[in-house]
Every structure is written in C-alpha cells, then in structure tokens.
Design a protein around this ligand. Structure first.
Ligand code: MN
Ligand code: MN
Length: 467
C-alpha cells in the first residue's frame, strides 16, 4: 500500500463525505439482501393500514408480546402491544430503568397515498360498471391510469358484521383499472397542465361489463355487478355507504435492477420505515429504556382523526405505562426521545433540478436524518437540537450504521412535514429519520436495500441504547 501524504491524512481527518457502504462492504450488502426478502413479502401482503395492523399483531404475538391490560403492571423485559381501532399499532418492551428516565420511541406511519372508494361509488355507463374514487393523500393523478389495480378493504353489512375484501393480488384474481385516452385523440388532453392530466372526477375504476339478461331492468350491468358482489360478500349497494375500500396498485413488490440492489413496490412511504421499526422493536431484549414502537395512520392527510398522531392515543398509552410503574408521566415525557421515522425523496439524476445536490439524500448512502423538515423558511418544521443530533449520530457511528443527512429538495420548490410536529406538541423531543425513496408517492416507489437495512440497524441501535 502506498503511504498517505500529510494532506491525504489531514483530508481523511477533517473532511466529511458519506459513503456508499455496499460498494466496499460485501457483508453489509449480503445482510441488506437477506433483510429485504422479509420486507418484500410484507410489502406485497400489506397494502392498507388495516392489513399492516393485522400483520403486526400476528408478528407481535408470535414474538411473545401480550395484549396490554391497563390494570396490570409489567416487569422489565416484558413485551406488550395494543391495536388501536384496527388501524394503528402500539408496542413496547419494558426497560430496566425507570420510565422517568424517558421512553425511546420510534414512530412510523402505515397509511399510504391511494384512491378511496366514494360513499356512493357504483354507476353504469356505456355498458360498463365503474366505481367513483376520491384520492387519499398527495398523489400525482396522471400516474394512476392504465395500470392493474387491486381493491382492499372492508364492508360492514346490515347485520353489523364486517367482511374483508382483497381482490387483484392472487394470480387467479381479476384486476381493475382506470382508463386513459389514446394518443390519437389526445390533442385536447395534451394541452392540460400535468396536474390535470387525469382529473379527480376522471379517476373512475372499471369493474365490469357483463349484464343481466332482462330488458326491463334499467341498469343491467350495474345489477350484474351487484349480483356478483352480493354472492361473494353478502352485500347490497347500500353497504358501500358503510365501507372502507382502497384502490391500490396490484401485484407484488419486486427487485429492481440487474443487480437486484433496489426494491420497487407500492406503499413504501412509509411501510419501509414501519417494517424496519417493527423488526427492531420485536428484537428488543431487556432494554435499558422502555422502547415504544408506534405504527400510526393518517399521516398522509395531516395526522388528523382518531388513528392519526394528532390524536391522544399514543400519549395516553405512555401515561398508562407510567401509571403501571408509579412513574410521573411529565418527567417521563421530558426525558424521552422519539425517532419520527418517515421516508424522504432520494436524489434523482433525471430530475436533478428539483434537488440541491449537497443537501440531497441519496439512495444507497444509508438511512437519512433530517434536523428539520417544513418548507420555505423551515415553516412548519420541528427543528431538532444540536445535542439531540449529536447524541443520535454518535450512537449510529458506534453501531456501524451508515447514515446521511439532508433536506427534502431545493429550498423554494416545496417541502413537507412528518409526525414530528405532533410528537413535539406532546412535549417529547423528536428527530426525523427515514429511507430515501425514488418516485415517492407514486404507484411504484423504489428504495435501496442498503438504506432499508441501515434504517433497521439504526432503530435497533436506538432500542438497545444504554444511555
Ligand atoms: Mn410518509
Ligand atoms: Mn408521504
């Protein structure tokens, strides 16, 4: 090996540039590959918040978690969970230290942008049956046309029973789709602004074209569709008024690239962080601090509602955990630290002008920290302190976690927020962290396997922290 010059030695000591870990670390590449297999299966099976909650409950039970009972006190090392309204997950491992020393919280969200079925959705036109949708969260509507779609969700029926729906995922299932114009007749549509390429009222899902053989019936195709739905789910058209149905891209998550270094699939915002956080929590063993993992709903529409982080349920649960131990919750909250785990945009060379290269976060460089989010002058940001950033980044370095830090994109272009502001509002210090995503909020989002694995390693280090 060539001797380093003094300048080279000083450069190594003084200058900072995050590395692409897997370029030089075959063990990390292999570990990331292995971890991604379970993740792809999870992502393929769980396309709604309810499906993630059910998956998590099964995994938590299998790992020895008990359903939380607020009349019981739990000893260090014990594991408890609570499913909130079928759509959010709370789980914890009791630490050896007093809860007044603080919780170590990791919060990710399990709702993703999608098309929800409207309350009065079913109609017949031109011998087709169609469903009207109302998009949920920030989608680019033009991306949702002419691709195979699945329908996931639940109907509640007249007798009060609930029936789950999932069509479009099994190999033998039919799929659904939103149609678009052919280029030959696209001259007028081509003049629209991109945001209006397909408009909200045009996001109608094609679900059938067979009719009943009775000329006296006015809506023969619609009736034929209802006959099939009644046969399969025991529902009538009225039951759409009390349903929760989500239209999502059909099909499984896939490896992307000849080298299989990336994962492509729907709903990685924020199930990529949710999966990594859940796996790290499940593996927590006799932690010093009580670890709490929350998989929340409704982040994509502002954390509103009973299952969003704006609701009291998480903080109420922390207070109950404190009460079980005789700990003061105000002291506990003040001493706590939360990782707000949510995805961010990965620097995209095809759309480079949207980013500031020096503060971009790059797929493959590891899990990304964000001191602040917000937009245009940090508006709406939780701005973590230098001390909190120091504590966490030292922890990551000690645990061999590849990490990077940046901002969402170019300063005056836009921005975004996370649940961090809600957590800070409850009086808990919080730092943003997450996996960078290409084509974020699209039907086919892409992440680096290395970053997924480093997110898991980061949450594992946080869960295992001794001080
Ligand atoms: Mn998100
Ligand atoms: Mn999002």
């Amino acid at each position: 090996m060539k001797e380093m010059t003094e300048a080279q030695r000083r450069a190594r000591e003084l200058l900072y540039e995050p590395a692409y870990r897997c370029d030089t670390d075959a063990d990390a590449r292999r570990a990331a590959e292995g971890f991604s297999e379970g993740y792809k299966d999870f992502l393929s099976r769980c396309k709604t918040e309810r499906e993630v909650a059910a998956y998590a409950e099964e995994a938590l039970k299998a790992a020895g978690y008990q359903l939380y009972d607020d009349r019981k006190a739990y000893a260090p090392g014990e594991k408890v969970y609570w499913i909130h309204q079928n759509k959010a997950v709370l789980c914890a491992t009791i630490g050896s230290r007093s809860m007044e020393d603080g919780f170590h919280l990791v919060i990710a969200h399990i709702d993703s942008p999608r098309l929800d079925i409207r309350p009065n959705p079913l109609y017949e036109a031109a011998h087709f049956s169609l469903l009207k949708t109302h998009y949920y969260g920030g989608i680019r509507k033009y991306q949702w046309g002419t691709m195979p779609l699945a329908i996931h969700g639940v109907f509640t029926r007249a007798d009060g029973s609930t029936v789950a729906v999932q069509v479009g995922e099994d190999a033998g299932d039919p799929v659904f789709c939103i149609t678009d114009l052919l280029p030959h007749l696209g001259a007028e549509q081509n003049k629209r602004e991109l945001a209006d390429g397909i408009k909200g009222e045009e996001l109608n899902v094609l679900i059938g074209s067979d009719a009943v053989a009775d000329e006296e019936i006015k809506e023969k195709v619609k009736l034929q569709t209802m006959l099939l739905l009644h046969e399969k789910y025991g529902i009538t058209e009225k039951d759409f008024t009390r349903a929760e149905l989500e239209v999502v891209p059909a099909g499984r998550a896939r490896d992307v690239g000849f080298d299989r270094s990336l994962v492509g699939g729907y709903g990685q915002d924020d199930r990529v962080d949710a999966y990594a956080a859940l796996m790290a929590e499940i593996e927590a063993k006799d932690p010093a601090f009580t670890t709490v993992c929350v998989l929340a709903d409704k982040e994509e529409i502002g954390s509103y509602g009973i299952t969003g982080m704006g609701s009291a349920y998480t903080y109420d649960w922390l207070r109950q955990l404190c009460a079980g131990q005789g700990a003061d919750p105000i002291r506990a909250f003040r001493a706590s630290l939360c990782l707000s785990a949510d995805v961010t945009a990965a620097y995209d060379p095809s759309w480079a002008s949207a980013f500031e290269p020096q503060n971009g976060t790059y797929a493959g460089r590891g899990v990304a920290f964000f001191k602040y989010t917000g937009s245009r002058g940090k508006s709406g940001a939780n701005d973590a302190s230098a001390e909190q950033m120091g504590y966490l980044t030292r922890m990551m370095d000690a645990a061999g976690v590849s990490w990077q830090i940046g901002e969402l994109g170019r300063i005056d272009l836009g921005g975004g927020g996370t649940v961090a502001t809600e957590v800070a509002h409850a009086g808990i210090a919080v730092v943003d962290i997450g996996v960078p995503v290409l084509s974020m909020h699209s039907p086919f989002e892409v992440v680096s396997k290395n970053d997924l694995y480093m997110a898991y390693k980061a949450f594992s280090a946080f869960v295992a922290a001794q001080e």
